[in-house]
Design a protein around this ligand. Structure first.
Ligand SMILES: *[C@@H]1O[C@H](CO)[C@@H](O)[C@H](O)[C@H]1NC(C)=O
Ligand SMILES: *[C@@H]1O[C@H](CO)[C@@H](O)[C@H](O)[C@H]1NC(C)=O
Ligand SMILES: *[C@@H]1O[C@H](CO)[C@@H](O)[C@H](O)[C@H]1NC(C)=O
Ligand SMILES: *[C@@H]1O[C@H](CO)[C@@H](O)[C@H](O)[C@H]1NC(C)=O
Ligand SMILES: *[C@@H]1O[C@H](CO)[C@@H](O)[C@H](O)[C@H]1NC(C)=O
Ligand SMILES: *[C@@H]1O[C@H](CO)[C@@H](O)[C@H](O)[C@H]1NC(C)=O
Ligand SMILES: *[C@@H]1O[C@H](CO)[C@@H](O)[C@H](O)[C@H]1NC(C)=O
Ligand SMILES: *[C@@H]1O[C@H](CO)[C@@H](O)[C@H](O)[C@H]1NC(C)=O
Ligand SMILES: *[C@@H]1O[C@H](CO)[C@@H](O)[C@H](O)[C@H]1NC(C)=O
Length: 461
């Protein structure tokens, strides 16, 4: 047998340590972990007798934690939060790879939980069963109302497993001010949040009925999310499918979303976002924004969507900004998109106002530059299939349309609407485009002193 030593990983917990770790390294390369009750406290993790870690862990030196072995019940009503929390802490502090298994066929009730990094190990969370949220909003009293499953500061995390994440959002929806205007407006939790995560992989999971957004990536770098499904009712309020905020290098691929708000929303300082093979409907479409709310600054660039099917959505491909913001949204490409019965299939709205009081026009705006729509086909549920409502002060620049065919879903006509929209088009465009070319802008725009500084930039074509 190999030697026995105290693991240095226990130091990380020395201030509030309830357990200590010893590794027994047998003659094989397999690792076996033993957590002893060294300090005389009751161990937070209760050990099952032999076979704690599966033999399958040996070849890759991954220590596997099946949460059932640590006392999780998975009966849908016993609170399994503590077990999952404790298993996470141990897995996160290992020096080898760690895999936490939430087994199939059971439903684990989990309250708001923090999966905090940094971790010593590379952790895989394999969700094959169901994680279900408490139904009652009162559970969040005294806690952060924005979060349910909250991963933060973790590098090299993988979340996968084919399982289900059920946000039990019905009570939250019923108390939303969007459902009943006499309700007080409050936030509701995002089901799964990844904050400040690096090299993250999320794949093969289904999310349903989140109180608010289903999955959010905030301030993350290098994210690969694939084979995800989201299902929530078309009238559930603010239930975005996937929300990306202040994140870079995010790849979304093979994703199906049916929900009550944006299928995908991209906001604040996000860049290098790639989306491929996205199915959306019902929902509010694929949105960049809203940007610039409450005079805020945003910088969104290098975003591309290639391959999507949208049906019965309230919007198709949308960029929305509030009056009064600053910064930009630029270098955005949407291509190869099929639409069926979509309201507002192509829309840029620089007068976005999702507020109970009307928004007044202001002298600043998030600028919109270099946006292309290429190969967009299908049917529109509204007459205006292409709508560019751009700012008077910062007109949309370098819009590009190519091969667009949007006919009416109800046998009527479709048309385009433009306001301060500049750029060019090529190939067949139906309805006929209304964007103005760069030459016209130079000819027609009289330089006003408040905006003249920017006008030179419009001479772009
Ligand atoms: C692990 O493998 C050994 C032999 O390879 C076997 O005897 C043992 O039952 C296995 N343990 C578990 C928990 O599968
Ligand atoms: C998704 O997860 C399920 C359940 O673990 C598994 O059977 C399936 O192979 C996974 N699919 C892919 C494509 O990885
Ligand atoms: C909205 O809320 C008020 C006050 O709670 C209630 O009286 C009313 O019935 C609700 N309306 C609907 C449509 O649920
Ligand atoms: C974006 O970045 C700028 C500059 O770093 C910062 O001032 C601004 O607050 C950020 N905006 C958001 C919405 O995070
Ligand atoms: C945004 O700026 C305008 C003009 O300076 C000001 O009137 C308005 O109150 C500001 N709005 C917010 C939410 O700060
Ligand atoms: C613009 O976006 C494309 C992908 O759509 C990317 O390849 C290119 O590097 C981007 N350019 C800039 C200047 O961000
Ligand atoms: C088309 O979309 C409209 C508005 O979203 C919806 O009311 C209608 O049921 C849809 N029609 C079909 C045939 O799905
Ligand atoms: C804001 O400006 C747009 C474009 O000039 C105009 O159509 C709209 O009526 C204005 N809105 C308000 C509230 O003044
Ligand atoms: C230039 O701006 C000032 C103050 O904003 C205004 O009084 C003046 O009329 C403007 N001049 C022109 C030519 O627009």
């Amino acid at each position: 047998m190999g030697k026995i030593r105290n693991s240095s990983t226990s130091n990380a917990y020395s201030s509030h340590s309830v357990y200590s770790f010893n590794y027994i390294i047998p003659s094989s390369i397999c690792l076996l972990l033993i957590i002893s009750n060294a300090n005389g406290f009751s161990p937070i993790i209760h050990f099952p007798t032999p076979g704690l870690f599966r033999n399958t862990s040996c070849p890759s030196k991954t220590v596997v934690f099946n949460i059932n072995d640590f006392g999780a019940k998975g009966d849908g009503f016993t609170d399994d939060t503590k077990t999952l929390e404790d298993v996470w802490k141990v897995a996160c502090s290992l020096s080898s790879r760690a895999k936490i298994v939430i087994p199939a066929g059971k439903s684990y009730l989990v309250r708001p939980i923090d999966f905090a990094g940094p971790c010593q190990s590379k952790v895989t969370l394999r969700i094959s069963g169901t994680i279900v949220s408490p139904r009652d909003p009162e559970v969040w009293e005294g806690l952060n109302i924005h979060r349910w499953l909250y991963f933060h500061g973790v590098k090299d995390l993988i979340v996968e497993g084919g399982g289900l994440i059920d946000g039990s959002g019905h009570k939250w929806w019923a108390q939303s001010c969007k459902m009943n205007t006499s309700n007080h407006c409050t936030h509701a939790p995002t089901a799964v949040t990844f904050h400040k995560c690096k090299n993250l992989k999320v794949r093969n999971l289904t999310m349903v009925s989140s109180p608010q957004m289903h999955m959010a990536f905030t301030a993350c770098v290098r994210v690969a999310a694939s084979r995800l499904s989201v299902f929530a009712p078309a009238d559930s309020p603010n239930t975005d499918g996937i929300h990306i905020s202040a994140s870079k290098h995010v790849n979304l691929k093979n994703i199906i979303i049916s929900t009550g708000d944006d299928c995908i929303s991209i906001v604040s300082n996000s860049s290098r976002i790639r989306m491929k093979n996205i199915v959306c409907g019902p929902g509010h479409g694929i949105s960049i924004g809203s940007l610039g709310k409450a005079n805020s600054s945003a910088a969104v660039q290098d975003v591309s969507l290639d391959g999507a099917y949208l049906f019965n959505t309230e919007n198709g491909l949308r960029i929305k900004t509030w009056q009064g913001g600053s910064g930009f949204a630029r270098n955005i490409t949407f291509q190869n998109v099929w639409m069926k019965n979509v309201s507002n299939p192509i829309i840029i709205d620089q007068y976005y106002c999702d507020s109970s009081v009307p928004c007044v026009n202001q002298t600043s705006s998030v600028s919109i530059d270099t946006v292309s729509f290429h190969g967009i086909r299908g049917t529109s549920a509204t007459e205006v299939a292409i709508l560019f409502a751009c700012s008077d002060i910062f007109p949309c620049r370098r819009l590009y349309l190519e091969d667009i065919q949007l006919t009416s879903a109800s046998g009527g006509i479709t048309r385009s609407f433009c306001w301060e929209a500049y750029g060019k088009s090529s190939g067949v465009i139906h309805p006929a485009p209304c964007i103005s070319s760069g030459e016209i802008i130079i000819g027609l725009k009289v330089m006003s002193n408040s905006t003249s500084r920017h006008k030179d930039e419009y001479a772009f074509l």
